[in-house]
Ligand binder design. Structure first.
Ligand SMILES: Nc1ncnc2c1ncn2[C@@H]1O[C@H](COP(=O)(O)OP(=O)(O)OP(=O)(O)O)[C@@H](O)[C@H]1O
Length: 259
């Protein structure tokens, strides 16, 4: 892994009216890593993700992705960024009136590709996300929750992104489906050289996938590190999170990431 930041956040403040979500938040996401984002409910993990991809406008601070200021760069640079990342939202955010293949084709439409090429590319992404070939013709309502997640992943992969943003990808999956999804994310990241920003509450996902973890609390990132590094911290929330009974069950097994 080359350790230079592909995402750099400095002094971020986000707020909704008087309610401040982030204040003075700094974070680096290194090129080629899977960074897990954890924090209590409502600490602003999803808001952070949406701010990075330009869906929310911060009240202060800077966010640069691949050297481009997400808020202030000229439109052409920001358009380049949008082609550089793929986002998988928590609920899949699929269009219910489109088939899976059509959903995956949506981000490709502005490229002006021939319809046949677009279809082949979409089918490739559907296969990469681990869906069977006939899934492309189905509507989201005809899929299980796990398959909808995979369809959301296929759409996030549509433009061959360098960065993948995943918001709670294993939420609602059964343990077997969640473990398969973890492997899929790790495998795709390694095979394609992706950088992944992964919001999760799933301790098994942290253990199976993440190179580093950033902890959100007190409106900022209070700690970043590997699981063993974070387990040694005295901060009460971090200590409870990484050393509680569920954490012990997830982390006290040989995963190859304890070293
Ligand atoms: N569009 C919005 N308008 C007003 N408040 C919002 C908006 N989006 C998020 N919030 C608030 O910002 C806070 C952080 O929300 P966010 O969804 O980022 O939390 P989270 O850390 O992802 O939580 P969870 O783990 O429960 O998903 C919450 O209090 C939420 O109500």
């Amino acid at each position: 892994m080359v350790s230079d930041p592909i995402i750099r956040i400095r002094g971020l403040r986000t707020q909704f009216g008087p309610k401040v979500i982030h204040e003075g938040l700094d974070l680096d996401v290194m090129r080629g890593e899977i960074l897990g984002i954890v924090g209590g409910s409502g600490t602003g993990k999803s808001v952070l993700l949406r701010s990075i991809v330009g869906l929310l406008t911060p009240a202060a601070g800077t966010i640069t992705v691949d050297g481009v200021d997400v808020q202030r760069a000229p439109p052409a640079d920001r358009a380049r960024l949008r082609g550089m990342w793929g986002v998988m939202f928590q609920d899949g955010a699929l269009f219910s009136t489109l088939t899976v293949r059509e959903n995956v084709e949506v981000p490709m439409r502005p490229l002006g590709l021939d319809a046949g090429v677009r279809r082949k590319l979409a089918d490739l992404k559907i296969a990469m996300a681990g869906l069977p070939p006939d899934a492309g013709d189905k509507y989201p309502s005809q899929l299980s929750g796990g398959m909808r997640k995979r369809a959301g992943l296929a759409r996030a992969l549509a433009l061959d992104p360098a960065i993948l943003f995943l918001d709670e990808p294993t939420a609602g999956l059964d343990p077997i489906g969640a473990a398969e999804f973890d492997q899929l994310i790790r495998g795709l990241t390694d095979a394609l050289g992706l950088t992944v920003f992964l919001v999760t509450h799933d301790l098994d996902t942290l253990a199976a996938c993440c190179d580093r973890i950033a902890v959100l609390a007190e409106k900022r990132v209070i700690a970043t590190g590997t699981i063993p590094e974070l387990r040694r911290l005295a901060h009460p929330w971090v200590h409870a999170y990484f050393n509680g009974p569920r954490a012990r069950a997830a982390f006290d097994q040989p995963t190859g990431k304890e070293l």
